[in-house]
Design a binder for this molecule. Structure first.
Ligand SMILES: *Cc1c(COP(=O)(O)O)cnc(C)c1O
Length: 436
């Protein structure tokens, strides 16, 4: 299978080039030339399959031309060693918990699969591969966890000084080994800019191999389609149409869902649920895409003013508004409504949502209010509430849960390099690690 650029100015490339290269030269994003068509027979018996079996079959449909099935089976089994439970919160309202991986956020799903696929595709190279990732919190630790101890790969996690939570910083800076944390004296945007400059730096790239692990990488999106199939498998027997509400920031999660649907998964509607960073909702309402500066909210992983996967969605659904209207709706919610929803759902059902999942829950409820349809709504729960102790304690008095994965990191010693906000300094550090 070849991968084309959404800008269509660069030539299509192989899977290896798309995954290791990360981004086309024309500034677009890679997409598969053809989305696979998953045969109807698969859906007839899908409810007999486990998550790993479903993930393997879908992965084979996407990647089977390029990766031997035995290897793919190994990647799937190794990457998905944690559960993704679907819980009924209220009648016809379900939570799909994607946060039981090592860093307790849904980014583990994409990062663990990508890291294993990347190291397979890179296996015959002599030079070490240097993976650079800019993070505002969750991505850095998920990518670090995915690549930890993978031989032949160095990871450089760029995080903004004083702008990630203390817990998130621990999750980034306490790995050691092949994981190198770097504090940038600037914002997340500065981290992203430096990361792009490293990727494009000719002198550096002539001496060492550099790639990116940010969500623009197609290898993170393909696995983000698997759990949509898995949800369908569990709700199929009800016979009701399926509506997914996706808490969205850079829209990689939703793109995974759209890829699943384009491959044959019966999905009635997607809801792009956002906080007040509502550029996508405004696009659906007006047909005009006008990115803006991001505003801070309690669902901070969704504070994105110019979602990077927007071009992929536009490419898949078509530029016409009618294409979008039939498939995707968008709702946005304030922090106040989000906090209220967390408190209310807890009071009514005892279920505890994190601020990101709560935005998606609100989207699902809004849909049910506005549409007189008998459907199953599923909201994606993308982070464990304990990742946001200060916020949760404010909303739910006495909230004190701390799962062992998070507890253990608190006692570890932080180690990171301070790079100021300077490309040269960063390059020297990366060269040092590469012993050149
Ligand atoms: C990254 C993230 C999101 C947003 O996902 P996108 O794919 O960027 O839309 C939502 N919730 C959490 C907890 C995240 O870490």
């Amino acid at each position: 299978m070849l991968y084309y650029s959404t800008n269509r100015q660069s030539d299509p490339v192989s899977l290896r080039e798309a995954v290791i290269g990360g981004m086309p030269a024309d500034g677009g994003l890679f997409m598969p030339m053809e989305l696979p068509v998953i045969p109807a027979s698969f859906f007839q018996s899908i409810d007999m399959l486990t998550f790993r079996e479903i993930a393997f079959d879908v992965a084979l449909a996407f990647l089977g031309d390029d990766v031997p099935s035995g290897i793919l089976a190994g990647i799937v089994d190794d990457a998905f060693d944690f559960p993704m439970p679907l819980k009924e919160v209220e009648e016809n309202l379900f939570s799909l918990e994607l946060y039981h991986g090592p860093t307790m956020a849904f980014k583990d799903v994409g990062a663990r699969f990508m890291s294993r696929l990347m190291s397979y595709l890179y296996r015959n190279e002599k030079k070490e591969l240097n993976v650079v990732v800019a993070t505002s919190g969750d991505t850095g630790s998920a990518v670090a966890a995915g690549f930890y101890n993978v031989s032949g790969i160095n990871v450089f996690v760029l995080f903004p000084k004083s702008q990630v939570s203390p817990l998130q910083q621990k999750q980034i800076t306490t790995w050691g080994g092949n994981i190198h944390a770097i504090e940038v004296d600037g914002s997340f945007d500065d981290c992203q800019k430096l990361s792009k400059e490293l990727l494009g730096d000719r002198e550096l790239n002539s001496r060492i191999a550099v790639t990116s692990a940010n969500s623009i990488n197609i290898a993170r999106l393909i696995p983000q389609s698997f759990y949509y199939f898995y949800t369908y498998s569990q709700l199929k027997k009800s016979g009701l149409p399926l509506v997914f509400s996706v808490p969205s920031g850079n829209f990689g999660n939703l793109t995974g869902g759209l890829m699943a649907r384009a491959s044959g998964l019966p999905v009635h509607r997607f809801i792009a649920s956002t906080n007040i960073n509502d550029v996508f909702k405004r696009f659906i309402e007006t047909g005009i895409y006008s990115p803006s500066r991001s505003r801070q909210t309690i669902s901070s992983a969704m504070d994105v003013g110019d979602p990077s996967n927007f071009v992929r969605i536009r490419d898949m659904v078509g530029n016409t508004m009618s294409g979008l209207e039939n498939i995707i709706l968008s709702y946005s919610f304030t922090d106040e409504l989000t906090s209220k929803a967390i408190a209310e759902v807890y009071r009514n059902s005892g279920y505890i949502m994190d601020p990101h999942g709560a935005v998606a829950c609100l989207g699902a409820k809004q849909y049910l209010l506005e549409h007189n349809e008998k459907v199953n709504t599923v909201f994606l729960e993308t982070a464990h509430p304990a990742k946001f102790p200060e916020i949760m304690e404010n909303i739910l008095d006495g909230y004190g849960e701390m799962p062992s994965q998070l507890q253990s990191v608190l006692n570890k010693t932080e180690k990171y390099h301070k790079a100021g906000n300077d490309l040269q300094e960063l390059k020297e550090h990366i060269k040092d690690i590469n012993r050149i």
